[in-house]
Every structure is written in structure tokens, then in C-alpha cells.
Design a protein around this ligand. Structure first.
Ligand SMILES: [Zn+2]
Length: 157
């Protein structure tokens, strides 16, 4: 099987406007494609589809560092949420229930890792698109790569 070389998406860096940033992340955090606002983009909760069902953007943009970025966003989100939960518990209770927190917080973190999983994946894609919007040429590459993927999948049946 010949593999298509990864394409370096060398779009010029762009300073994103606030509106565009909010739109990208708004779409990502409502589980839609950051690029077009459509979908579907999820295969199931823990897995993104290969490409967006509407615009054809590949969910992996052909980058090599997506895992790092995604993990960074996921742990940041989980960390912040756990911190908020801890703070709220301390504010809401007269005497901080450390016993409860000792078991509760790790369980919360596990649940949040699961809950935020697709949000972090799409959030990272949004972050990437924020600085490097998709050009028509790159879009063509995404669609061509998707066609090839489908052909290979059909051939292996
Ligand atoms: Zn899309």
C-alpha cells in the first residue's frame, strides 16, 4: 500500500480576530466542525471521523504534533475544571470535606477526561485553524486524501 506523503500545510500565520476565534471554539465545543460549523465530525465519543461530513476537512490536518496539542488542551481543561470544583466545594462547605475530596476529585478528573475528550480534540483543531486557516489548495488536498482513503477502504472489503 502506497501512502500519500503528509502535506505540510504551509499557510501563512495569521492573527485571528476575536470574532473568528469565538466562532471556531464555539463550533468545536458544541461538537461541530470548527471549519464549517457542520458535521458530523464524531465517529463515536472517543474518536473523530476521518473527515468532516460536510466540508470534507480532515480532522487530522496532516500535522505531526496534534497529539501533544490535544493532550495539552485536555489536561488544561480538566485541571481548570477540577480546580473550580475544589474551590466551589471549599466555598460552599463550612468545613472542607477532605475525605470526600480525596476520593471525589480523582473520580471527577477521570470523568472529566472522558467528558472533555472530543472537546479537546476539536478544540485543538480550532486552535490550529485559528492561526492557519484552510486555503482552497489545502482543502483540495483534504478531499483528495479522503477519496483515496475511501477507495482503499472499499478495496479491502
Ligand atoms: Zn466541516
Amino acid at each position: 500500500m502506497t501512502r500519500r506523503p503528509e502535506m505540510d500545510s504551509e499557510t501563512d500565520m495569521e492573527i485571528p480576530s476575536l470574532g473568528r476565534t469565538l466562532r471556531l471554539f464555539g463550533r468545536a465545543f458544541t461538537l461541530r466542525c470548527p471549519n464549517c460549523g457542520g458535521g458530523p465530525v464524531l465517529e463515536h465519543w472517543m474518536k473523530l471521523r476521518v473527515r468532516c461530513g460536510r466540508c470534507g476537512l480532515r480532522m487530522q490536518r496532516g500535522e505531526h504534533d496534534t497529539v501533544m496539542g490535544f493532550a495539552f488542551i485536555l489536561f488544561t481543561m480538566v485541571g481548570l475544571a477540577a480546580y473550580v470544583a475544589l474551590t466551589l466545594t471549599m466555598l460552599a462547605t463550612e468545613e472542607t470535606p477532605w475525605d470526600l475530596l480525596e476520593t471525589g476529585l480523582p473520580l471527577l478528573v477521570l470523568a472529566l477526561l472522558f467528558a472533555f475528550f472530543p472537546l479537546a480534540k476539536l478544540g485543538w483543531l480550532a486552535f490550529d485553524l485559528m492561526f492557519r486557516p484552510v486555503t482552497p489548495q489545502e482543502m483540495e488536498w483534504h478531499r483528495a486524501a479522503a477519496r483515496q482513503y475511501e477507495t482503499e477502504r472499499d478495496a479491502s472489503r
